[in-house]
Design a protein. Structure first.
Lengths: 296, 440
């Protein structure tokens, strides 16, 4: 009896467990696929950096060898050569001053600009936004001569001030666009409520808008910082010995006659190291900012 | 307390003021240069110059060759005076000198012994008989070959081979299955890359860029023969992907024992015989750059030189430096610090009269012979209206020669035919030269 009673009971239970098992397996397979895909993408993105660091630890002859040497005796001689030949700290300091300066000034200009366009749009706002973005479509070399002459006549050649102004201006369209999209996500009702409570414009921006969009603003600042840090065209053309940033240091290790890949890799590793560390520390803000408004 | 401290404070202030005033008095000389072994050595040794000239501070701006060229051209054309010393080549010196953009080097001290510099190098850095830049190192081109491979194959390299002989050797020694290629040549597009070598090849085949009326000659039989030959030789007996190879790529291939022959700059002699860089330092032989129907213009002539722009505000200090960096005294310091074989080659006759140098640098004899043969004023079989061996010393050449280089590289990689490449190239050159008013 008992077994007869158990059997009818156990059949539906197994039938219920089967789809559950299938679902669990499907979930595991999906997780594994997503994990593998994520690792593949991450490794593909990371590979050039890994290869650069690896090359910087080879001798010049090893760096040029084909097929590439994967097992070799690592050496730090290229880093020693870079420190002996170049004033790394001077270049790094110039990079820090110029890229932080340009990003801070950019934010100070972009926040009010984006605020007015997001919360008080006119019929020309979209046109203005598109016009700003269109300036990024012009190849930089197209304005090299006029900007060079302007910098010469205002004594801004080879100065950190000159480079900061240029970086601020070239990043401003992207910075304004990004902040504009973040501000558009903020419900107008919140700002109206604040105004009803008697807050002035400064208080509204300082105590409500900035805290709400802090993730987005942080990621915008970081993006501006990275773009300024990596910019090479203007830094090579407008600086000489005094204001040259790390991109100019990297360029100095390319050689027309002689092997240079290992030293170039060492200089590049030293150049990207500070911004890489900074990005690592602030990745939480970066991710939060980039996903801001993605899920409502 | 304050009374006892005051003298110290005053002393410290005085010391600071003295050091500041000394620093203020020192004149800064900004030097724009390229990154190569000789220039980096000069930068390292410049502390000796600064020690001997405490009133001069040297600031270095080292850039990649093309970036430096663009940077210096912008600076000198805009008269912005960011550089006091410029590293320029034989292409720029006569053009910029003729434009009065450079300070003439006409007040050199007797101890400098300007007549010791090779006449061909002096001529290449002059405009209208005035020297505008002092040569730091010079180079021609020559043939490097693997003595061990030649011996194994029972071949003998003549001291002055023809391109046809080079081809025969390349056919015999080409063994791609074992990663050994018959010949390595420049294939990367650029006026200073493939066009440097290919122009010397055209010269050797009896060709020229322009006739005496400045008509482009790129569709002539000589250019056609040269390009057919180049495409066949490098395409069939060269390394894979040869159209991407410039000086450095070929140097790496030769140093790792993968090229049986290589025709390139004489300056590579010190690299291929250096056991810290090369895996075949003792198996390298040297021969002249190949000739064909003529030896005229078959080996190129180039010098990196130091010049002072007229926009410099430290001309005297700059002159002190360039005189020192290109002097016999500098060569002596290099020999002491880095060995005699490291002396900047190809500029001074006295270097090649030094037995110790000839003994230490196995490539020195061939370098000297090639430097003496190269004549920028007579580099083509038929008369031509321009100076320069592997380039035409006119503004705009670098632009259109790079386009021609792209066509040559296209023919090498099989993207276009020899006829089509030369037709395209001739059209571009003819248009540019007409626009520049040379045919008026």
């Amino acid at each position: 009896m008992n077994t007869q009673q158990v059997k009818p009971m156990s059949q539906p239970s197994l039938a219920r467990k089967q789809p559950l098992l299938d679902m669990r397996q499907a979930k595991i397979v999906k997780n594994i696929t997503v994990t593998v895909a994520a690792w593949l993408v991450a490794l593909t993105i990371f590979f050039p950096i890994f290869w650069m660091v690896l090359t910087s630890l080879k001798t010049e002859l090893n760096a040029f060898s084909t097929p590439p040497a994967l097992i070799f005796k690592p050496t730090l001689e290229n880093y020693v050569a870079v420190f002996e030949r170049s004033d790394y700290l001077k270049y790094a300091w110039n990079s820090v001053v110029v890229s932080f300066g340009a990003s801070i000034i950019g934010m100070v200009i972009a926040i009010p600009a984006a605020y007015s366009m997001a919360f008080y749009p006119t019929k020309r706002t979209q046109g203005v936004l598109l016009w700003m973005l269109s300036t990024k479509m012009l190849p930089p070399v197209g304005v090299l001569v006029p900007l060079y002459l302007l910098a010469r006549d205002t004594s801004l050649l080879d100065t950190k001030t000159g480079l900061t102004i240029i970086y601020t201006l070239i990043n401003l369209p992207i910075v304004i666009w990004m902040i504009y999209t973040y501000f558009r996500e903020v419900p107008k009702d919140i700002l109206e409520a604040v105004r009803m409570d008697g807050a002035n414009l400064w208080q509204e921006i300082r105590h409500v808008l900035i805290p709400i969009t802090l993730g987005g603003l942080s990621s915008t600042f970081l993006l501006s910082l990275i773009l300024s840090w990596n910019e090479a065209f203007w830094s090579l053309n407008l600086t000489a010995s005094k204001a040259a940033p790390l991109t100019a240091l990297i360029a100095s290790y390319s050689s027309p006659e002689g092997l240079f890949w290992a030293k170039l890799s060492a200089a590049s590793t030293l150049a990207v190291a500070p911004i890489l560390v900074f990005g690592w520390i602030s990745q939480k803000q970066l991710v939060r900012g980039l996903t801001f408004g993605a899920v409502k | 307390m304050s009374i006892t401290k005051t003298p110290y404070v005053r002393l410290a202030t005085l010391a600071c003021a003295v050091s500041l005033s000394t620093a203020t008095l020192a004149e800064t000389v900004t030097i724009g240069t390229v990154n190569n072994g000789d220039m980096i050595r000069m930068q390292a040794l410049s502390s000796e110059f600064e020690a001997a000239h405490p009133d001069i501070d040297l600031e270095w701006v080292i850039l990649e060759e093309n970036v430096l060229r663009q940077r210096l051209t912008t600076d000198i054309a805009a008269n912005s005076g960011q550089f006091d010393v410029m590293t320029i080549g034989m292409y720029e010196a006569p053009i910029w000198g003729a434009n009065d953009w450079l300070v003439p080097m006409d007040n050199l001290p007797a101890s400098y012994d300007v007549n010791d510099i090779f006449p061909s190098v002096r001529g290449g850095l002059s405009a209208n008989g005035t020297l505008y830049a002092l040569p730091f190192y010079g180079e021609s081109s020559m043939t490097y070959y693997r003595t061990d491979l030649f011996e194994q194959a029972g071949l003998t390299m003549p001291s002055e081979p023809t391109w046809e002989q080079v081809r025969e050797f390349a056919v015999a020694l080409h063994d791609p299955a074992n990663e050994q290629y018959g010949i390595c040549l420049r294939g990367k597009a650029g006026w200073g890359e493939n066009m440097a070598l290919f122009t010397t090849m055209v010269n050797a085949f009896g060709g020229r860029w322009f006739d005496m009326d400045w008509n482009a000659q790129l569709e002539s039989e000589q250019w056609h023969n040269a390009l057919e030959f180049y495409v066949d030789l490098l395409g069939n007996y060269g390394p894979p992907g040869a159209s991407s190879n410039g000086f450095n790529e070929n140097l790496a291939l030769f140093n790792t024992g993968k090229c049986a022959m290589w025709v390139d700059a004489t300056v590579a002699g010190s690299f291929v015989t250096d056991d810290s860089q090369s895996q075949v330092p003792d198996q390298v032989g040297f021969a002249a750059a190949p000739k064909q129907v003529t030896h005229k213009g078959s080996g190129w002539l180039w010098a990196w030189a130091l010049a002072i722009p007229v926009s410099s505000d430290a001309k005297d200090a700059a002159q002190e430096f360039v005189t020192w960096a290109t002097s016999k005294e500098y060569s002596r310091i290099v020999a002491e610090e880095h060995g005699i074989a490291a002396i900047p080659p190809g500029t001074r006759k006295s270097t090649y009269e030094n037995d110790a140098y000839l003994e230490a640098a196995s490539f020195a004899d061939m370098t000297l012979s090639q430097m003496q043969k190269a004549d920028p004023n007579d580099s083509t079989l038929e008369p031509s209206p321009y100076t320069g061996v592997q380039f035409v010393a006119i503004p705009g050449f670098s632009g259109f020669a790079t386009v021609v280089g792209q066509q040559v590289a296209g023919a090498l990689s099989g993207n276009t035919s020899v006829d089509q490449a030369l037709s395209n190239a001739n059209r571009v050159v003819d248009r540019e030269i007409r626009r520049a008013g040379y045919q008026d």
